[in-house]
Design a protein around this ligand. Structure first.
Ligand SMILES: [Zn+2]
Length: 193
C-alpha cells in the first residue's frame, strides 16, 4: 500500500472541527499528536507538519562541525561520559555512509560519522559519536554497552529523533529545509513538545 503521508509512526493525526487553518503538536506519552483542521488535505498537513517540526527543532543547537571540530568533540564526550578512557585516533565525516549513522574500526581507533548528520541537533550527533566511542571498547550492544550509554542524558530523545529520521524521506529532514520561513497560518507550538 502506498504511504500517503510521510510522517513518523509515533505521530498521530487528530482532526478537529473547531480548528480552521492551523495545526498544533503536543506530546502524549510516547506519541506526538498533531491537531489539524477537519477538512485539511493530507498534502497540506504534511507541509505544515514539516514546518512545525522544523521550528521545534530550531530550539536545539545544531551541529556544524569541521572534521577537526568533530574530533575535538569526541574528546570532550569521552572526558564527560567515559572518564577519558576511550580515545579515537581519527573522527571524520563520511559522505559514503548512507545506511548507518556511524562506524568505527577498533583496530585503528577510527570513527566515521555520516554527513547526513551535519546540521542536525548537537545532542543527536553527540549520541552517535558516543555510541561509536563506546564501540572502541565494547563490540556488541549488550549490557556493558548499555551501561556506558545510559549515562548520556539525551539518549532516548536522540534515539527517537534518529528513528524518525530513518522513517522519513531524506528531503523531509535535509538541513536545507530547516530554514523554511513560517507564514502566519503556520503558527502554534504547544507547550510540552
Ligand atoms: Zn553500534
Amino acid at each position: 500500500m502506498k504511504k500517503v503521508l510521510n510522517l513518523p509512526d509515533h505521530v498521530e493525526i487528530r482532526r478537529s472541527r473547531k480548528r480552521k487553518r492551523t495545526i498544533s503538536a503536543a506530546r502524549e506519552g510516547s506519541k506526538t499528536i498533531l491537531n489539524v483542521p477537519f477538512r485539511m488535505s493530507l498534502k497540506d498537513i504534511e507541509e505544515l507538519a514539516r514546518d512545525l517540526i522544523n521550528r521545534i527543532d530550531k530550539k536545539d543547537p545544531r551541529a556544524h562541525l569541521s572534521d577537526s571540530e568533530l574530533f575535538e568533540r569526541s574528546k570532550e564526550l569521552s572526558a564527560k561520559y567515559l572518564f577519558s578512557k576511550v580515545e579515537a585516533k581519527s573522527v571524520t565525516w563520511s559522505t559514503r555512509l548512507t545506511s548507518t549513522w556511524g562506524i568505527c574500526t577498533p583496530l585503528h581507533a577510527e570513527i566515521k560519522i555520516t554527513s547526513r548528520l551535519i546540521g542536525m541537533p548537537q545532542y543527536v550527533l553527540d549520541y552517535v559519536l558516543l555510541h561509536e566511542l563506546v564501540h572502541l571498547i565494547v563490540n556488541d550492544h549488550g549490557k556493558e554497552f548499555d551501561a556506558f550509554m545510559k549515562t548520556y542524558e539525551f539518549k532516548e530523545k536522540a534515539e527517537g529523533y534518529l528513528d524518525a529520521l530513518d522513517e522519513l524521506p531524506s528531503s523531509f529532514w535535509s538541513p536545507d529545509s530547516f530554514g523554511a520561513s513560517p507564514s502566519e497560518s503556520r503558527e502554534e507550538i504547544s507547550k510540552g513538545f
